[in-house]
Design a protein around this ligand. Structure first.
Ligand SMILES: Nc1ncnc2c1ncn2[C@@H]1O[C@H](COP(=O)(O)OP(=O)(O)OP(=O)(O)O)[C@@H](O)[C@H]1O
Length: 295
């Protein structure tokens, strides 16, 4: 699927501007950004709930607006599915079976069993976490090509969450589903995402594969012999945090060259660390930049 130069205004305010993004089969893309940046709006545009002011959403080259039947390949799991509260689990299944020919009931049943959810109840009897789990099971059982998940794991306890994340990974590999998932829990996204798309302002600020990032970028903890921070460090790295004289730095380009220069300074501490999505989020999106003030 290609989201091509999509722009959207809501009540006169530009929310998304020239968004271009490709969603590929078997890939989990994490959509991150501050509150109100437009994540849900982007989901709604892809799912066809909103019409774009400009741009197109293409599936296998066909414009979704001109071919509404293609929407059967997409499911948008909204962050609030409360309108299903009065329905029984069986009724919800019936509704979705009618809409989605791909619905895999045997898979649904096996998942309800695996996650120990009863089927002979109304949706409103589920706790918040169990309701979230139920809709995730439903979403994956639809067996659509594109799953849009907006904050899908709110309220799940850590044990279920871990099982569910594992299940998402397995299913995406087995069924080649393309998943776009928004969450403010960056640590959870870290466990499943292949790729991260960062929205900032009205645009895509960053779009990168975690594997590429891990290969090309570097996170280092360093402390220098003197209080002076070499000027190249300030220019060529981003400061993630500082603890006294220990600086945690992120270097996103020409890391080898940077490390050579850093080692030439003979630092008293040099430690390479694992990069997290949260590091990227903090460097690119946080308002409160960490200061290099020299002690
Ligand atoms: N129906 C609406 N009427 C007016 N403004 C809206 C409407 N829907 C969204 N907006 C505005 O559009 C912008 C984007 O909202 P959106 O819900 O897409 O953000 P989000 O990134 O999903 O936020 P969050 O992380 O808080 O869920 C916000 O400024 C929001 O106030």
């Amino acid at each position: 699927m290609i989201i091509e130069n999509v722009s959207k205004k809501i009540e006169g305010n530009l929310v998304l501007e020239n968004i271009t993004l490709e969603l590929k089969p078997g890939e989990i893309t994490a959509l991150i950004g501050r509150n109100g940046v437009g994540k849900t709006t982007l989901f709604s545009l892809i799912a066809g709930l909103y019409l774009a002011d400009e741009g197109r959403v293409l599936m296998d080259g066909a414009d979704l607006r001109k071919n509404p039947a293609l929407k059967k390949h997409i499911f948008f799991l909204q962050d609030n599915m409360n309108y299903f509260n009065p329905y029984s689990v069986k009724s919800v299944v019936k509704i979705y079976k009618n809409v989605y020919a791909t619905f895999d009931e045997a898979f649904f049943d096996s998942l309800m069993e695996r996650f120990e959810l009863p089927k002979n109840v109304k949706v409103l009897t589920f706790s918040k976490g169990r309701k979230a789990l139920f809709f995730m099971i439903l979403a994956f059982a639809l067996d659509v090509r594109y799953l849009l998940l907006d904050e899908p794991m709110e309220g799940l306890d850590v044990i279920v969450k871990k099982q569910l994340l594992q299940f998402i990974l397995e299913t995406v590999v087995e069924r080649h589903t393309s998943v776009l998932i928004a969450s403010h829990r960056l640590d959870e996204l870290e466990m499943v995402a292949d790729r991260v798309v960062v929205l900032k302002g009205t645009k895509i600020e960053l779009d990168y594969y975690l594997e590429t990032l891990r290969d090309t970028a570097l996170k280092i903890q360093v402390a220098f012999k003197t209080k002076r921070v070499p000027p190249f460090v300030k220019q060529e790295s981003q400061l993630l945090s500082r603890d006294g004289r220990i600086f945690t730095l992120l270097i996103t380009s020409q890391a080898d060259e940077f490390v050579n220069k850093l080692k030439a300074e003979e630092p008293i501490l040099y430690q390479e660390m694992a990069i997290t999505i949260e590091d990227i989020f903090r460097v690119r999106l946080a308002d409160d930049k960490v200061d290099y003030y020299e002690i």
